[in-house]
Design a protein around this ligand. Sequence first.
Ligand code: IPM
Ligand code: MG
Length: 370
Amino acid sequence: MILGLVGDGIAGEIVPEAMKVLRAAEEAYGLDLEILGPYDFGAKYWIDHDMRQGWDPAVTEELFREVDGIFKGPVGLPDLLRRLPGPNLPINMRMDLDLYANIRPCRLRPGVDSVLVGRKPGDIDYIVVRENSEHMYVGIGGYLSRGGVTELAIDDYVQTRKGCERIIRKAFEMAKTGEYKGRVGAPLDGKRRVTCTAKWGICKGDDLFKDIYHEVAKDYPEIEQDTTWIDSWSYYAIMRPNFYDIAVMPNQYGDIMSDMSGAIQGSMGLAGSLNAGEDHCFAEPTHGSAPDIAGRMISNPTSMILSVGMMLNWIGDKHDDRRLKEAWRGIDSAVDRTLGAKKVRTPDLKGKNSTSEFGSAVAGEVRKGG
Ligand code: IPM
Ligand code: MG
């Protein structure tokens, strides 16, 4: 059972395209995906329902735990920042369902130009493995107000042995299998490599992150080690993206570097992502709800399509279901074929086609299989 949620802004345009592709995958791979929804969900829903009702009553906390996977379009609108009710928001969902790994591939696909001059499809194929439950996002802190004036704000960054160990182990496991990548190893030399990046020597939590990286790395002698400060990594990822295979990093850095990676791979609209834990997962694009372009059907649905594909793969692993894993590979290659053909393209990739024309083209390729 899969739960679908729509979201805000362009979510209403890209989620239906992901649904088209899921339906095509059902046909092509003989699946019977029981999809609930997609339900309206997000800041707009909350406003439209007079801000009192919270989310659609069908979307309960219990349901979040019952389903095999969840997918969601981006949520949030600028005017409503800090005003949405607590449960079932992306950050809380990550915490509540303990989705400690945020998997954000950066791959330059056929037919797409990177912002980096001279890079060709296949030259860039790394994954940002973002720790998803600690660091700046723990919400520990507060305000000091005197005389009604907020004078001080404090945030605590937290990193734990458990938190560091599980994400770093996940990164090494991903380097081993090449899961979610176009190829195993780094494009430059084919070497499987896990880059650890943070700001050790300055932040204590990042010292711990690096120490634990070296401990965990001992269990993976076949995988090359690489460590770089996060500021340097932001430079190197641009100068030599082909050197990277898997880059593991604390939460906040992963948030920033995955947006930068959106540009590196040619468009934020191509940036799929998966939040994954041991028992639950939810798929959502790396980007936000893009209210500036919403309502014009010009958004690129690839990010949403790849996210739901990654979700199928994760569920396939959980239930040992080969067909679901094949469906992910089918979706992944259908996206490549559609982009590579350069016939149907959204405006972010200098095309003139609409969101739904592109989604239909990918669904058509999925149906062909392969
Ligand atoms: C992301 C987003 C979120 C984050 C926001 C919406 C809270 O930027 O998924 O990268 O900061 O993690
Ligand atoms: Mg972000």
